[in-house]
Design a protein around this ligand. Structure first.
Ligand code: BES
Ligand code: ZN
Ligand code: ZN
Length: 512
């Protein structure tokens, strides 16, 4: 029997905290509050002062991610209260709420809680607007629930494993409740889009290759009402997508270019209207390096080299669910980079889709090869903007570590909008330089360009290469090499694929 997927759904509950019915009520409290905030005094009374007693004993200090569990009785219809620390009030951010909700869900999961109430926003308002609070809490709760268990037996260590967990945001007052609810609806769509990206990205290379990735895309397109076109290797040859074909030539599983379309409002009137935005994601389903073979240490992590493409899948499903008015196109060049007797090799010169020629000096710099064809194809459609996401360079990880993605762009307005979206989503980006000085390093003696520039500024030279294929379309490149997967758990993030850039790009699209 297929394993049931663990899920959390977030709902609204318009009762007062002490009137909530369910298995557990969760309260968010700031650090070092000397007294119980008035928002919760009625609740405290209903449980005979159990919360204020605990605070007096200083058994709970409210540090970020700290939890305390109380078993309560009295005039209430739940048996447990969980306190979650929000950290110092002065450091409150939207992400504090995402993290608190994540902590609550992960702790509740161990207890086998089927229904819990969330009273996390009460103390965060009004510094955080109620709709943003509702969205962040929902995102944290839904993202925290997913972890990659496809190949593990159903968990036996707890008898109480609950596949469907319900988390209700508890707020009795109509005005904040309505706004929280609006945020909850958006947050559900964004978080499920992000989990969708993670579900595909976590799958290994023996399961996901270009054709099976294309099938996943077609399945999602049917489910969400997107148009989907898949160009196979024969079609790619007709189209002269020679860079995509070159990278994929070493593998038995042949390249695909996957195109997903959300028509938006314009599309209904005028099918041929230029897309408002095209999002492109690198999907190297496994990057061995090819003939320029990578060292074997950590090579298994190169199943995550498809994370840009998986982000596009998550983004497009959410774009459809949000019914955005814009016409949005998703493009996923998908290849497997393998060494074999049919591989492309160092020294090869490829006439790319744009007509520009590229000398291959390293077959491991394959991401820019497949992206250059997708970018040139996108630029021909004259969209309002192009955003590409790619696990492109190890150099970006050296430069920025695992806390910011690299943002490269030829357009200041796009830069500002993406930075604003980063703030809203807490998916951080750092603006990096590119342009002519870096492009100089990518010029070849035997072709228009070469595919590597040297060790210095490796993420900047890679971006300069890509910029040559975006033409004069406003374009941004997000290097997610340090962000796409993780070995470090966080309050709302398990190990493996993170789905980074899904919420970031969706906030950008929502801002248009
Ligand atoms: N997929 C890698 C980049 C990467 C490295 C992502 C580490 C995540 C973690 C990319 O295709 C690659 O191999 N890039 C080379 C480029 C070099 C040959 C110019 C790199 O970064 O070493
Ligand atoms: Zn590579
Ligand atoms: Zn790669």
């Amino acid at each position: 029997m297929a394993k049931q997927v663990k899920r959390t759904t977030v709902t609204m509950d318009r009762s007062r905290p002490h009137q909530f019915t369910g298995d557990m009520l969760v309260l968010g409290l700031f650090q070092d509050a000397s007294r119980l905030p008035t928002e919760f005094t009625q609740l405290d009374k209903a449980v005979a002062g159990a919360i204020s007693n605990l605070l007096k004993l200083k058994d709970f200090t409210g540090k970020a991610h700290e939890t305390a569990l109380l078993y309560v009785s009295g005039k209430i219809a739940f048996k447990r209260i969980m306190l979650v620390g929000l950290g110092p009030k002065s450091k409150l951010q939207t992400d504090t709420l995402r993290q608190a909700a994540g902590t609550a869900v992960r702790t509740a999961q161990k207890l086998g809680i089927a229904k819990m109430g969330l009273a996390l926003h009460q103390l965060a308002l009004p510094k955080i607007a109620p709709d943003q609070a509702g969205q962040a809490i929902t995102e944290g709760a839904i993202i925290a629930r997913y972890d990659y268990q496809d190949y593990l037996p159903a968990q036996k260590d707890t008898q109480k494993e609950v596949p469907l967990m319900r988390a209700a945001i508890v707020e009795p007052n109509t005005s904040p409740a309505n706004k929280l609810n609006r945020g909850r609806r958006i947050g559900t769509i964004l978080a499920e889009g992000q989990n969708q990206a993670r579900m595909v990205a976590n799958k290994p290379g023996n399961e996901i290759n270009p054709p099976t990735l294309a099938r996943q895309a077609q399945k999602l397109a049917r489910q969400f009402g997107l148009k989907c076109k898949v160009f196979d290797d024969r079609k790619l040859a007709d189209m002269k997508m020679n860079a995509i074909l070159a990278v994929g030539s070493g593998s038995a599983t042949k390249p695909r270019l996957i195109m997903l379309e959300h028509p938006g409002r314009k599309g209904r009137k005028k099918a041929q209207a230029a897309p408002d935005v095209i999002v492109i994601g690198k999907a190297v389903t496994f990057d061995s390096g090819g003939i320029s073979l990578k060292p074997s240490l950590n090579m298994e992590a190169m199943k995550f080299d498809k994370c840009g493409g998986c982000a596009v899948l998550g983004i497009m499903t959410a774009v459809a669910a949000l019914k955005l008015p814009q016409r949005v196109l998703g493009l996923i060049p998908a290849v497997e980079n393998k060494p074999s007797h049919t591989s492309y090799r160092p020294g090869d010169i490829i006439r790319t889709y744009s007509g520009k020629t590229v000398e291959v000096q390293n077959t491991d710099a394959e991401g820019r090869m497949i992206l250059c064809d997708a970018l040139a194809y996108a630029a021909r459609m004259k969209p309002g903007a192009i955003i590409d996401m790619a696990t492109l360079t190890g150099a970006c990880v050296v430069a920025l570590g695992h806390h910011h993605a690299g943002l490269f762009t030829n357009n200041d307005d796009l830069k500002r909008k993406i930075e604003k979206a980063a703030q809203l989503s807490s998916e951080q980006v750092w603006h990096m330089p590119s342009g002519d000085d870096y492009l100089e390093l990518m010029k070849s003696k035997v072709a228009d360009l070469k595919n590597i520039g040297g060790r210095a500024g490796g993420s900047c030279t890679a971006a300069a290469f890509l910029g040559e294929f975006a033409g004069d379309v406003p374009w941004a490149h997000i290097d997610i090499a340090g962000m796409a997967d993780t070995n470090q758990e966080k309050p709302y993030r398990s190990i493996g694929a993170t789905g980074f850039a899904v919420r970031l790009v969706l906030e950008y699209l929502r801002s248009l």
